[in-house]
Design a protein around this ligand. Structure first.
Ligand code: G3P
Length: 218
């Protein structure tokens, strides 16, 4: 399973990349706004900087147009920033049309705001590189987000779809583990959730004891 970081914060992207396990970055308009990025030029420059920090990973950059022509025009500009840009397109009717167009024109896509298996089938049919089911938001609504990952993984396997399942809206380390079990190809996670995977109290207790005992023969 690939690890992406879900942030537009450059320091956090660098920290995750320095771990050596990062395969890409996802952003969205809310994450960009959180970093105080304003204006088209600044947004484009920010994506370029992210691509430079993670030169070998896929970087999702989201369109904010909702009509076919607007999505295509915006997506072309985003894709021109760097070869690793993946154009992130919302799960709407014009979004599906646009994903098909991008697929036919060799531009990678991430279909975002996926909350059902039907949406994931349509996105795959249009040739999306990734689909992004929002696990945490599904859990917040009283359904089980991981169940959706397992359902999509099963359908894609039966049907032979090549679209990768990118589990998004991850809230904690357990989500990552459960998504790995359910067949996600990628998890995009906040830095805290990735670092949460490191933690176990018995590791800390065990290391303290080893270091204490090491003093006996130092
Ligand atoms: O990038 C999309 C997704 O990960 C959003 O997560 O935490 O806003 O539900 P969240």
């Amino acid at each position: 399973m690939k690890f992406f970081i879900d942030t537009a914060n450059l320091a956090q992207i660098k920290e995750a990349n320095d771990l050596g396990i990062l395969d890409g970055v996802t952003t969205n308009p809310s994450l960009m706004a959180k970093e105080g990025i304003k204006g088209t030029e600044a947004v484009m420059q920010h994506y370029k900087t992210i691509c430079e920090i993670v030169p070998n990973g896929d970087i999702s950059a989201e369109v904010i147009s909702t009509d076919f022509d607007g999505i295509i025009a915006e997506g072309k500009k985003l894709a021109a920033i760097h070869k690793n840009i993946v154009v992130k397109v919302p799960m709407i009717k014009d979004g599906i049309k646009a994903i098909k167009w991008f697929t036919d024109n060799g531009i990678k896509t991430n279909c975002t705001l996926i909350f059902s298996a039907g949406q994931a089938i349509l996105a795959a049919k249009a040739g999306a590189t990734y689909v992004s089911p929002f696990i945490g938001r599904i859990d917040d609504s009283g359904w089980d987000g991981v169940d959706l990952i397992a359902q999509i993984a099963n359908i894609y396997s039966i049907q032979g779809f090549k679209t990768e399942i990118l589990a998004a809206s991850i809230r904690n380390a357990l989500h990552i583990i459960k998504c790995a079990e359910a067949g996600a190809d990628v998890c995009t996670c906040p830095l805290d959730s990735i670092l949460g995977l490191l933690k176990h109290p018995l590791t800390d207790i065990g290391l303290a004891k080893f270091l204490e005992d090491a003093k006996k023969f130092a």
